[in-house]
Design a protein around this ligand. Structure first.
Ligand SMILES: [Zn+2]
Ligand SMILES: [Zn+2]
Length: 214
């Protein structure tokens, strides 16, 4: 079974997901938002081995906990371990994801070591996820889709009855809506969406109730 632990962290209540394959005990962290030491402790309790860290995008509230997480679990030492980000968000990463602009003090995070590309296949134990490049909220925003389990990690592309803001650096409303049309709406109704903020939803529910989707 694929297990999903959601932890809400940081100054703007961002969802961090620890996603693990129960059998192999292998897991990944999606968007280590804040409090990396807390995350490391949680992972230790779960007894999971972290294969990699996947960033949906480089806003500060999605990787503010990265530095302490890596230190807490000595992750950089693990063979095959990587921190992934789309290259189009590297500039945003360099300015700490806007943390300074928002007046939020943030530890320098180690540089991502893996570049995500459209269509990449990633694994969590025996489960396969596909990366889709979904710009609009930021230039290098990506989402992670596990077709076999009907699960989508949508970052700040789409929320329960909402969408990501498009007034920040690299943002574009029309581009964001195109990304949703292309990679979210074609999915089956029952696909569960785990977004970067707020509660879980489904593709069907958003098709019916999201005020931005008509
Ligand atoms: Zn964001
Ligand atoms: Zn966010």
């Amino acid at each position: 079974m694929l297990e999903i632990e959601k932890i809400v962290l940081g100054p703007v209540a961002t969802n961090t997901y620890i996603v693990g394959d129960q059998e192999s005990k292998q897991a990944v962290v999606i968007d280590p938002a804040w409090d990396g030491a807390v995350l490391a402790e949680k992972i230790r309790q779960l007894g999971w081995g972290i294969q990699s860290v996947w960033l949906t995008h480089a806003h500060f509230d999605h990787f503010g906990g990265l530095a302490d997480l890596l230190t807490g679990l000595e992750l950089s030492e693990h063979e095959g371990f990587f921190v992934g980000l789309h290259p189009k968000d590297m500039n945003l990463w360099r300015i700490k994801g806007g943390a300074i602009m928002f007046g939020v003090p943030m530890k320098s995070a180690p540089k991502p070591t893996h570049e995500f590309r459209e269509g990449d296949l990633l694994s969590v134990g025996k489960y396969e996820f596909q990366v889709h490049h979904t710009p609009g909220h930021s230039s290098g925003h990506v989402i992670f889709h596990c077709e076999s389990e009907g699960i989508l990690f949508s970052g700040d592309l789409i929320f329960k009855q909402g969408i990501g803001r498009t007034d920040l650096l690299g943002g574009s409303f029309s581009t964001l809506m195109e990304s949703i049309q292309k990679y979210v709406l074609p999915l089956p109704d029952e696909t569960r969406i785990y977004s970067g903020h707020g509660p879980e939803t489904t593709v069907g529910e958003e098709r019916r109730l999201n005020p931005f989707i008509k």
